[in-house]
Design a protein around this ligand. Sequence first.
Ligand code: SAM
Length: 260
Amino acid sequence: MNHSSETGPSEFDFDDPSLKAALELHHGLARQGPGSAATTRRLLSLAQPIPSRPRVLDLGCGPGPAALLLAQEAQAEVTAIDLYPRFLDELRAAAEQAVVAERITPENRSMDDLPYPDGSFDLVWSEAAAYNIGFDTALRSWRRLLAPEGVLVVTELGWLTGTPHSEAREFWDAVYPPRTTAENVAIATAAGYTVVATYLLPDEDWFAEYYTSLEARIAGIDPGDALALEAAGHLRREIGLRRAHGADYGYVGYVLRPRG
Ligand code: SAM
């Protein structure tokens, strides 16, 4: 995960050689953050009741693991947005392959500038991506997009203990300062939602489809590729930290219904 929140979303320069090298490591992976099909299904079941063939907005969809599953299993009509065009190309190809291309509309835009009318979606969905604009901003700005009975499902990194190991605190505070689940529940409540459920993603959601694939990529880096090695260094640290102190932090799914 590139959790850097130091620059605004529109300030990404995809021609920047360091960013290019980091993104190169991520191409072709099934997902770009912790998650799994089982977790998406679990969150979908916690979001019930929702209309059949729901209108879904997947924000920061990446290569589209959630968009694909929701189109396939909930017959959803999905608008899938991401800032990075190559992930959308990967989603298009996967959607063709899964014969759900007519139900998925990939759009290259930022999650902080959404041109859709109020009440356009039954489900607003975002796995491992709200951090790009910050959990608070995301919750406040996405609320208007929900239809009256709509549901927001968002997964967010957070502390699972009030006393995380100093290495974990140092690492995450530098890239995206996490909060506890209780703090995030309070933020959701203050932003006008009822918290229907929270769900802690299992540890295997970090590895099976994400870190394990990244580690294989890292192992294959050309030793002469300094930029790739530099990008890999940060990822190696992140993965090592998970192995050492993973009990201190996790990704939590929040299932939220607007109040009033
Ligand atoms: N949801 C996907 C998944 O679970 O695999 C991707 C998660 S990845 C950790 C975060 C995604 O957010 C990336 O695909 C990245 O390109 C995208 N992103 C970053 N900033 C964004 C923005 N401002 N608007 C839309 N997407 C953004």
